[in-house]
Design a protein. Structure first.
Lengths: 335, 413
């Protein structure tokens, strides 16, 4: 408990002392571990796959073992920056208050260094692996050099390996839960709660059955896109029809669409059209990057590179820009 | 209350309990013997997975000899020839072993060194627009070239392979009968041309490796024919339930769809990194690599004069593909473990547990959602997956090293 309280005070101090973060560091923001490399921000997490599987850590690590550091970029600047990564034993004597000035003042940085990854541009995600040989206090230093500029940004984050910050808390929690359960049983609340749970009556059952039968039918009708059907853009600027070269549309087959774009019933020519799509239920987009390959006149455009790789409900957003007016048609279709 | 009355009550209560238990057991027995029939929509899904729905092999315009039988014979010999390596000890079949459905039973391929990922089966792979776990090649022949020059795999180089084919009279004759006169290797890009043709011959052979009908396909035959007796002899109640979960609650067909049980696309499903390695970035890197591959569909060595390369042209990348790997086929899993891109999971049961838990991914974003199936359901799914094992639909002679003695070769020519 003492340790936790101490940590709380420390964290509070760090938050108040903005200075400590002026040069970057890892802080918990809305349950995310965010690393600030000056104005560049990344989501920072650490795994110990051999001992803790998929469990994600933010700063302190429970074991001296193989540790994977992952930095996902929240700012594109990091994706284009040359980034290096260093871990040193904390020889600054400053612990959690260590700053870059303290590290720069060290006479021999290399002898304190336990891991160093040379600068490289990692356009997607930065991953680093280090096998800690022993418990102790360490400091991580991420350095980003944006576009080869003279300006170098750094984040410094002190952390502890072999951290057992929970102390006796779990024991107290188990005890508290046991007492609460004991109270609930003794007071007869559980018995009362069980009596309140009644089996739904026949009426409720019929209603449920009707919902189960009809709701999917309704939504299926909603989502089925027909070739030739007219779609209206979100702000009602454009109308759009499409014809698929593959009818009916099947999964896993590359095909093309003809788009017919009109405004107030008149064909729109010279439009700039871009297309994105995805499955709202599955967190993913189209497997391809379709685009307009030809304008055929009379408001017709050839859209090539369409492919759907899962059965289900897809949304295809078609952004149309013509004569300075931009609007988007969202087509929902079930493949 | 008299004791007799009390005794009667006990007897009646006991009889009621026994009756209920017997009725329940009878119902279970009845239900397992008469599983609920498939709906029309479900039958449509079963048909889509059925081997009868497999279309003819798609043409490969980038490889003019893709369907040339002489090229396949040539490729067959090359595939099993260890002289096609830096050490003289590694052939394609070192890792792609016919007895293991052209995999090797190891977490990662083992040749001169250890390769970076698990060896994938090549059965039916001619249907895929992408090769490798990360899709870093876009044709069978360009894929076949890359291990030949990988220092930890075959460890040779194209110059060496071109000279080897030129110097071996049998190979030289085969080459000339398929590709025409052997070029002067000192001229222009002749070495790369011969090298690419070695890949095209191997690809012609690999196109012959196709999956055959399994017990699952026999079951679907029976379902479509409405033949209840044949359904029962094909599938047990557990296997039927496994199949029902597969196409329903377990949502496996989101990715494992079509007659090869794969959509040939890339998905991050949050498999833990291989011990000692950072998580594999998968498709984001593969998408970049395939675009810069000199042997890709748009390159000089592609036989497609029109450069009709829709896959490359419309290929997409982006943060969504960080850590994404190509969906493997589920046909013929028997004898092909360990599974996943680095062989992280040793058994099908472990794979199913992984998808049941669906933990968040170390990098990128996992598309898998926890399934919350119980142990019995997981066992049923596993039982179903095992019904997809079957002998290949490929003549036996292609599944073993060819008889490469001189007499046979002379006869051929």
């Amino acid at each position: 408990m003492m340790l936790s309280a101490l940590r709380l005070v420390l964290v509070a101090c760090m938050m108040l002392a903005q200075n400590a973060h002026a040069h970057g560091g890892v802080v918990e923001e809305e349950d995310l571990c965010v690393i600030k490399v000056n104005y560049l921000r990344g989501h920072f997490k650490i795994y110990q796959p051999l001992t803790d599987g998929h469990k994600e850590f933010c700063e302190d690590l429970p074991n001296a073992t193989e540790s994977v550091f992952v930095m996902e970029y929240l700012h594109d600047g990091l994706a284009n920056a040359s980034v290096d990564f260093r871990i040193i034993r904390d020889v600054t004597g400053k612990g959690r208050f260590a700053r870059w000035e303290d590290i720069a003042a060290l006479e021999d940085l290399d002898s304190a260094t336990v891991f160093y990854q040379a600068p490289a541009i990692e356009p997607d995600v930065l991953t680093v692996i280090h096998d800690f040989a022993e418990d102790g206090n360490y400091i991580g230093i991420v350095t980003a050099n944006v576009d080869g500029a003279e300006q170098i940004y750094r984040a410094v984050f002190p952390f502890e390996v072999g951290f057992i910050g929970l102390g006796y808390w779990p024991v107290f929690i188990v005890l508290l839960i046991a007492i609460q359960i004991q109270y609930l049983i003794m007071s007869g609340r559980i018995a009362r709660w069980r009596n309140q749970r009644k089996v739904p009556g026949p009426k409720a059952k019929i209603v449920t059955l009707l919902i189960v039968i009809f709701v999917p039918m309704l939504s299926m009708n909603d989502a089925d896109a027909e070739s030739g059907q007219e779609w209206v853009s979100e702000r009602a600027i454009y109308q759009l029809r499409f014809e698929s070269s593959l009818e009916p549309i099947e999964i896993n087959q590359m095909h093309s669409w003809l788009l017919y774009v009109s405004a107030d019933g008149k064909p729109v020519s010279g439009a700039t059209i871009s297309v994105v799509g995805g499955m709202p239920a599955h967190d993913h987009g189209l497997p391809t990057r379709p685009r307009i390959t030809e304008e055929l006149g009379q408001g017709a455009y050839r859209l090539e590179g369409m492919r759907f790789h899962m059965s289900g409900v897809w949304e295809v957003s078609i952004n149309i820009e013509a004569n300075g007016k931009t609007d988007t048609v969202v087509i929902a279709l079930t493949v | 209350m008299s004791t007799i009355e009390a005794k009667t009550r006990v007897v009646i209560a006991s009889l009621v309990v026994i009756a209920v238990v017997l009725a329940a057991a009878g119902l279970l027995q009845y239900r397992s013997a008469n599983p609920q029939p498939w709906t029309e929509a479900e039958v449509a899904i079963l048909r889509s997975l059925w081997i009868g729905s497999l279309p003819p092999l798609p043409a490969d315009p980038t490889n003019a000899v893709a369907d040339n039988p002489t090229a396949a014979e040539f490729g067959h010999r090359l595939f099993f020839d260890p002289r096609l390596s830096g050490t003289g000890g590694i052939s394609c079949s070192t890792c792609h072993q016919p007895i293991r459905r052209f995999t090797d039973g190891l977490a990662k391929g083992q040749a001169i060194g250890t390769s970076k990922r698990n060896t994938r089966s090549i059965v039916g792979v001619a249907y895929s627009p992408w090769l490798y776990w990360d899709g870093r090649r876009d044709s069978l022949w360009s894929q076949a070239l890359s291990p030949l020059e990988d220092p930890v795999e075959h460890g040779g180089n194209r110059e060496q392979y071109a000279q080897f084919v030129a110097a071996d009279p049998t190979y030289r004759a085969s080459y000339e009968s398929v590709f025409g006169e052997f070029p002067n290797l000192a001229k222009g890009d002749a070495v790369s041309r011969v090298f690419s043709n070695i890949g095209k011959a191997i690809a012609a052979y690999e196109r012959l490796l196709l999956p055959g009908p399994s017990r699952f396909d026999a079951y679907v035959d029976a379902v479509m024919a409405g033949d209840v007796a044949a359904q029962r002899s094909a599938f047990s109640a557990d296997e039927i339930n496994g199949l029902r979960l597969f196409i329903g609650e377990a949502a496996c067909t989101q990715c494992h769809n079509g007659p090869l049980f794969t959509n040939h696309e890339f998905h991050n499903t949050g498999v833990l990194a291989f011990p000692g390695e950072v998580p594999d970035k998968g498709r984001v890197l593969g998408a970049r690599e395939v675009l810069s591959d000199p042997f890709n569909c748009l390159g000089n060595y592609s036989d497609d004069v029109d450069k009709n390369c829709a896959e490359l042209e419309f290929a997409r990348t982006g943060p969504e593909l960080i850590g994404a790997m190509r969906t493997p086929s589920l046909r013929n899993l028997e004898n092909t473990g360990p599974f996943m891109h680095k062989g992280q999971l040793t058994s099908l049961a472990e794979v199913l547990r992984h998808y049941n838990d669906a933990p968040p991914s170390m990098i990128g974003h996992s598309e898998a959602k926890p399934l919350q199936l119980n142990k019995r359901e997981l066992r049923q799914l596993e039982a179903f997956l095992e019904t997809l094992a079957a002998p290949l639909a490929t003549a036996e002679k292609w599944l073993a090293p060819p008889a490469t003695n001189v007499a046979t070769n002379t006869n051929e020519e």
